[in-house]
Design a protein around this ligand. Structure first.
Ligand SMILES: [Zn+2]
Length: 244
């Protein structure tokens, strides 16, 4: 992590993570996808931090249910997908593809990454090599297609996959073990996946957070990112949806 940036995982709602993106120099803190307001506020209080800004990737309640509580407690302003205003109304700044958001000393580029929802966005912070990807890209996996088409999600993942390899992606769920098990099933000959499966099993046995994940690791081990076409992606997604 470059300079004064610090990113903290706050476990919430079983398998969600609320990410706190903090700048040690200025004290600025952005809260990403607060699905549980109390969990976010407790984590902030433990560190003596205050929420200055809320960044939302998509409208689903496990990403937004705590927004009003954190906002009321802190006065923080809220950025969220403008395209999802009809489904989630409590925000100040509607943003979409090409918009730029000042986050403490950094600038986040807003990317439209449709697929999981139609208005889903990611916040990309090239200065610190951070990608806040919500439920689009997971470690070794990707979000379910609740609203978008396989073509849209394939395009979103391909685009994220073109970020510099050292970029760290911060997905909103601890789905890694289930995902890497599926990946090992989908690509039985992939040594990088086999190695990752061993590492993730060991980490989860100790209750460790398996995120963030690097784009380089995803290129090597994520079958959804490695799919050669939207058609191949769609077939994989269908297999994963019924994989146990
Ligand atoms: Zn979601």
């Amino acid at each position: 992590m470059t300079g004064g940036a610090e990113v903290v995982a706050v476990p919430a709602l079983g398998d969600n993570y609320i990410w706190l993106l903090h700048d040690r120099d200025s004290g600025h803190t952005a809260v990403v996808d607060p699905g549980d307001g109390a969990a976010a506020l407790n984590a902030l209080a433990e560190r003596g931090w205050t929420a200055d800004q809320l960044l939302v990737t998509h409208w689903h309640p496990d990403h937004t249910a705590g927004v009003a509580q954190v906002q009321a407690a802190s006065g923080a302003e809220v950025w969220a997908p403008g395209a999802e205003r009809a489904k989630f109304a409590g925000f100040d700044h509607g943003v979409g593809e090409g918009d730029r958001v000042t986050v403490g000393p950094w600038t986040a580029e807003v990317w439209a990454v449709p697929g999981h929802t139609l208005g889903h966005i990611a916040y990309i912070l090239p200065e610190i090599g951070v990608a806040l990807v919500g439920d689009t890209l997971f470690a070794c996996g990707c979000g379910r297609l609740f609203e978008g088409t396989p073509e849209q999600m394939f395009g979103s993942l391909q685009r994220l996959g073109e970020l510099p390899g050292e970029t760290l992606a911060y997905p909103a769920h601890e789905y890694t073990l289930s995902n890497v098990r599926f990946a090992a099933h989908a690509e039985p000959g992939n040594a990088a996946i086999a190695e990752r499966l061993r590492a993730v099993e060991a980490a989860r046995a100790k209750g460790r957070v398996t995120l963030p994940t690097s784009i380089a690791d995803e290129r090597a081990t994520n079958p959804f990112l490695r799919a050669a076409s939207a058609k191949e992606f769609a077939a994989l997604r269908a297999r994963k949806d019924s994989f146990r």
